[in-house]
Design a protein around this ligand. Structure first.
Ligand SMILES: Cc1ncc(C[n+]2csc(CCOP(=O)(O)OP(=O)(O)O)c2C)c(N)n1
Ligand SMILES: [Mg+2]
Length: 907
């Protein structure tokens, strides 16, 4: 802040001159008042800035437009035509929601969000948003989710959609799945929507990181992104989400002047006012300016300019500054007389100021967000701000439900209104001046009609010409590759097949080595995007700093403390590693930007986001879901996985359930590898699946453990026509065949549980004459999905020979009990239990909250150590009478297992 004590610590080099300035100010305050004093100070600050006298920015300005009318640029559009086009779009957007809800009660949709933001979008469509038609990626526009009907309505006018399409709004099943999705969902409309936004806060966050990723691509000389601007449209209520504002300082730090936030400040959210007792625009201005953004406020429409020009006393400005949002909302629903009495009336100077205006005039004094000239000026300023190094936030004051009539506009319930009566529709038609296009008779029909001007109309020609000039219709998602990717050579993966000999290493170390190999690959290496949230040292990935360098848009302006060390903290403007700092949400946003680059930029990039397992799915699960919607490709690596393998950290760190959460994400392939060759195989095959000739829009989740053990070599396949690689990808393979013995059993292990499984197998053979085969279960999720598919096929093809799920095929014909053990909850292996009906299936896992202790103690506590596996196998054998129950009892005793110990399921 400007006004603090720090100035008194500096020497006053000319006290006389200082005193003169202060006296002048005192005189102005005394004689002409505070308003005049403020005015003079602001002019001085403006002059100082123009003379390059830098001083800390003030964080807030008065409650008026940032751009005064004399600085507004010439408006290059045809006002009349644009108003007509907006009217058509407004009409169709409302009608599609109304029709949807008449046809299917409760199907929902939103009228009032788009009604408040129609001009915000139309100024963009007609004058700013760059499309992709010329073969370039154009601008990246993040539409506010609840404004979707308006975006469809424009596409309808442009002939990209027809009436049937509009009638399929929110009807995403049927018509071969070609409905209009309720919100922007690339998953459901992959040729239309590019960016999912509807989970509040995630749109602005991902837009910000998209702008940052564009700079990353530019600085790394992978793609020239300089012509692409990122526009994010968001709600004022949405700004309460921590994700919305949480990263804005990054945008300023990274000098993202390629980023524009347009905040639709209709002063309302779903239930009521965003800041009834305050002023959301002022609050946001201070927040964004404080973070270093260029803020442009568009508060008042042109008709206010004349009033402000006559505000010599400052009374109007004062009234604007001191009226809270709750009151402003009230003025939108009351008549002109109420405004006269309550806004202007109490102060005789203001009452006099508007005495020449009728009540209707007062009611029609518009907010800035409905004034296309003001909006045009703001957007122009944002675009011209390129080069300043500052991102721009445009704060537009609008009315929620604008034009929708007295019952809807500005009402607290407006967000939820989905239906309009005939009378309301008639009023809307009149308000939009569509009487010629839509007759009373039209409105009496069962459904209100859509309307679009014919192809040879001037309106149609105008809007098409505008879009043509700007590079074609939007939004449009396209996956044409501009810069092809070459897959890594097999060499990269080879070394992992032979194992690590006697050397003990972890799968995390194996992965780090693999990542380095991938980044070194001659053709593929460039496309690798390692992402880490301040955890590289934990994972031993700091070894990559020096070789790959940490991305820092401004390079490294200092010599790091560890400059003379091998693992120095090396930053560079073309660095490859995105070291995000402590933000899992930001890291995931980078993952999404990199993982969708194949579509947004036509440049496939391969993100490897390595994070603290526990702070993945449960911390940023909604962003992972959004990644799935966005059709992101890439690898999520949950390091320090397992509730007992990560042992000293306690219950907030030890993850035994990410695989459960991963099983809820359809587009996620989840793996729990035990060995380095499994990790390498999954990454190799994953790259092929996601970036090969027929790419799939999925992403991979792999657990990585920090327990060191000798990595075995890849075993021989025991299946005649299937490689081990194929079997690893399918989720289960025979890792070690059973020896011969009296009894038989199968032990399934995943991840770090393999050592307990091997130890148990050895003991069972030696002491109890039980021969165990050992299976590595790399993905229960894959096994289950395949089984569900087969099960369904069988149900729907009752007259054909039933097929067997893979897991049934592999296990059901075996002999003896199955015990499945992992460092995750029991529900993970249980996903496939019912597909092995003829054998008993006992899952062992880490249900309950974590603890800090040694691995040995933890594995005993969670009952996943070798003795517990032995007991489980023996118990199942006893149940079938193969062995006596006393033998189980003895084993329990012998291993010091306390059968009466409380089961810590809820602890
Ligand atoms: C994370 C999340 N929480 C809640 C919602 C439900 N929701 C949808 S719109 C909305 C209100 C939006 O208000 P605002 O951001 O001001 O947008 P407006 O419609 O007013 O433009 C809410 C709470 C959501 N979509 N996402
Ligand atoms: Mg709002």
């Amino acid at each position: 802040m400007l006004f603090d004590g720090s100035i008194h610590q500096l020497p006053d080099t000319d006290p006389g001159e200082t005193q003169e300035w202060l006296d002048s100010l005192d005189a102005v305050v005394e004689v002409q008042g505070k308003t005049r004093a403020r005015y003079l100070l602001s002019r001085l600050l403006e002059r100082a800035r123009a003379s390059q006298v830098s001083f800390p920015a003030t964080v807030s300005t008065p409650y008026i437009n940032s751009i005064s009318s004399e600085y507004e640029p010439w408006f290059p559009g045809d006002e009349h035509l644009e108003r007509r086009i907006r009217a058509y779009i407004r009409w169709n957007a409302a009608v599609m929601v109304v029709r949807a809800n008449t046809k299917a009660e409760g199907i929902g949709g939103h009228l009032s969000t788009f009604a408040s933001s129609a001009s915000l979008y139309e100024i963009g469509f007609n004058h700013f948003f760059k499309g992709k038609e010329s073969g370039t990626p154009g601008d990246h526009v993040y539409f506010q989710g609840h404004a979707a009907p308006g975006i469809y309505a424009r596409a309808f006018l442009e002939r990209r959609l027809n009436e049937d399409d509009l009638d399929a709004f929110r009807r995403e099943i049927g018509r071969g799945g070609r409905g209009l999705s309720s919100y922007p969902h690339p998953r459901l409309m992959p040729d239309f929507w590019e960016f999912p936004t509807v989970s509040m806060g995630l749109g602005p966050l991902t837009a910000l990181y998209q702008a940052r990723f564009n700079r990353y691509l530019l600085n790394r000389k992978i793609d020239d992104t300089s012509a692409s601007r990122v526009w994010a449209f968001l709600g004022d209520g949405e700004c309460d989400e921590p994700e919305t504002l949480g990263s804005i300082s990054l945008a300023a730090r990274e000098q993202l002047d390629n980023l524009v936030f347009v905040v639709n400040c209709n002063l309302q959210r779903l239930d009521g006012p965003v800041r009834g007792n305050g002023k959301i625009i002022q609050e946001l201005e201070a927040t964004f300016r404080g973070a270093g953004w260029n803020v442009i406020k568009v508060i008042w429409g042109s008709k206010w300019d004349e009033l402000l020009a006559r505000d010599t006393s400052g009374a109007l400005l004062n009234k604007m500054n001191t009226t809270v949002d709750g009151e402003f909302q009230r003025y939108t629903v009351e008549d002109g007389n109420y405004i006269r009495e309550n806004f202007f009336g109490p102060d005789p100077r203001l009452r006099e100021m508007v005495s020449h205006l009728s009540d209707e005039d007062l009611q029609n004094l518009p907010r800035g967000g409905h004034d296309y000239r003001k909006l045009y000026a703001a957007y122009r300023a944002a675009v011209e701000n390129t080069g300043s190094g500052r991102p721009t936030a445009i704060l537009c004051k609008t009315v929620k439900g604008w034009t929708l009539g007295d019952d809807i506009e500005g009402r607290n319930a407006t967000h939820q209104i989905k239906k309009m009566t005939d009378t309301q529709l008639k009023a809307l038609r009149d308000r939009l001046h569509l009487n010629e296009e839509i007759s009373d008779a039209d409105l009496e029909a069962e459904d209100p009609p859509y309307y679009r001007p014919p192809v040879d109309s001037v309106e149609y020609q105008y809007m098409i010409e505008r879009r043509r000039a700007l590079g074609g219709a939007m939004p449009r998602r396209n996956t044409t590759v501009r810069k092809a990717i070459s897959l890594p050579s097999d060499e990269v993966f080879k070394e992992f097949e032979t194992g690590s000999g006697d050397q003990s290493v972890s799968t995390t170390m194996g992965f780090t080595r693999l990542l380095r190999n991938l980044a070194r690959d001659k053709d593929f290496g460039d496309r690798v995007v390692p992402i880490i949230p301040d955890e590289a040292r934990t994972f031993g990935m700091d070894s990559l700093f020096r070789e790959l360098k940490i991305y820092a848009s401004q390079g490294q302006k200092y010599e790091p403390v560890d400059h003379d060390m091998l693992l120095k903290y090396a930053e560079a403007s073309d660095g490859q590693i995105l070291e995000e700092g402590i933000t899992e949400a930001g890291s995931l946003a980078s993952f999404i930007a990199a993982g969708t680059s194949y579509a947004t930029r036509g440049v496939p990039m391969v993100p490897f986001y390595t994070f603290y397992s526990m702070f993945g799915f449960q911390r940023v699960g909604d962003l992972i879901w959004q990644a799935a919607d966005a059709r992101a490709r890439g690898f999520l690596l949950g390091a320090t996985a397992g509730r007992t393998t990560l042992h000293g950290e306690g219950l907030q760190h030890q993850d035994g359930h990410s695989l459960v959460l991963a099983s809820t994400v359809p587009a996620c392939r989840a793996y729990d590898p035990a060995f380095a060759y499994e990790v390498a195989t999954i990454v190799r095959e994953g790259i092929k699946e996601m970036y090969g000739e027929a790419p799939n829009d999925v992403f991979y989740y792999l657990t990585l453990y920090n327990e060191n053990y000798p990595m075995p070599a890849i075993p021989e396949s025991t299946e005649p026509n299937k490689s081990i690689a194929e079997q690893i990808m399918q989720g289960l393979y025979l890792w070690k065949q059973a020896p011969t013995a009296k009894h038989r059993a199968s032990i399934l292990f995943s991840g770090s549980a393999h050592s307990a499984a091997s130890a148990a197998a050895a003991e069972l053979l030696e002491k109890y004459d039980v021969a165990c085969e050992l299976w590595s279960a790399t993905s229960y999720k894959s096994l289950r999905e395949q089984a569900l598919e087969v099960e369904r096929w069988n149900r729907l093809h009752p007259e054909q020979q039933a097929r067997n799920p893979l897991v049934t095929e592999l296990l059901d014909g075996g002999v003896g009990p199955i015990v499945a053990v992992s460092d995750f909850m029991r529900i993970v292996p249980e996903q496939v239990a019912r597909f092995v009906p003829s054998r008993s299936f006992t899952p062992l896992g880490t249900d309950g909250m974590g603890r800090s202790d040694t691995r040995t103690a933890l594995r005993r506590h969670f009952e996943i150590d070798a003795p517990h596996i032995v007991v489980a196998v023996l118990h199942e054998l006893a149940k079938t009478g193969e062995i006596k129950s006393e033998i189980v009892g003895e084993a329990i005793k012998q291993h010091g297992v306390d059968p009466e110990m409380a089961f810590a399921l809820h602890q």
